[in-house]
Design a protein. Structure first.
Length: 197
């Protein structure tokens, strides 16, 4: 599952609450060339890489998807994702829109979920309220958000993060709906059809 949305929409907050409520999935840790924010740990929140190291991994096929956002690279290391998928686990990629659309091309079976803020004014309030960036960076993020939100039309589901609790319930409902899709239950159908009493 891919989870995307503009910076400040609350993707991380929704996911944190999803896992706190027993969400059953592996959250892929992205790599980035941006500097860590206060409290962020390498290997936990992101893999913080130098630009040259990121580009080496990219050219070596070790990055599943990538995007350049506000002058920094972001990407998903391939290895951990495929290890979990091969074990039959659910995997969530919290990634930028550019990367989400790359995943759609490479993995058409992926489920894409877009997180929207309840309004653009609320998005602006949240970005300013974080107090992690100067106003010039906030303005760039808001400008990028207008473009990114157009991609919501290309995603399978849209979750509006007005109240975190409601957004989490919607995310859980998406997992439930995907589990019972016909294409994910073919083995059960075959078993029932071919049972000899």
């Amino acid at each position: 599952m891919v989870l995307s949305g503009p910076s400040g929409c609350g993707k991380g907050t929704v996911l944190k609450e999803f896992f706190a409520r027993g969400g059953d999935a592996f959250l892929s840790v992205s790599a980035t060339t941006r500097a860590p924010r206060p409290g962020e740990e390498n290997g936990v929140h992101y893999y913080f890489l130098g630009r040259e190291e990121f580009e080496e991994k990219l050219s070596g096929g070790e990055i599943l998807e990538h995007a350049c956002y506000c002058g920094n690279y972001y990407g998903t290391p391939r290895g951990p994702v495929y290890e979990r998928l091969e074990r039959g686990e659910n995997v969530i990629l919290e990634i930028e829109v550019q990367g989400g659309l790359q995943i759609r091309e490479k993995c058409p079976e992926a489920v894409l979920v877009f997180v929207l803020p309840p309004s653009f004014a609320e998005l602006r309030r949240r970005l300013i309220g974080r107090q992690t960036e100067d106003m010039e960076t906030v303005s760039r993020r808001l400008e990028a958000a207008r473009t990114e939100m157009q991609a919501a039309y290309d995603y399978d589901y849209v979750v509006v993060n007005d109240r975190v609790e409601d957004a989490v319930e919607e995310l859980k409902a998406i997992f439930a709906a995907e589990r019972i899709k016909t294409e994910n239950r073919k083995n059960i159908i075959d078993e029932v059809l071919h049972y000899d009493a």
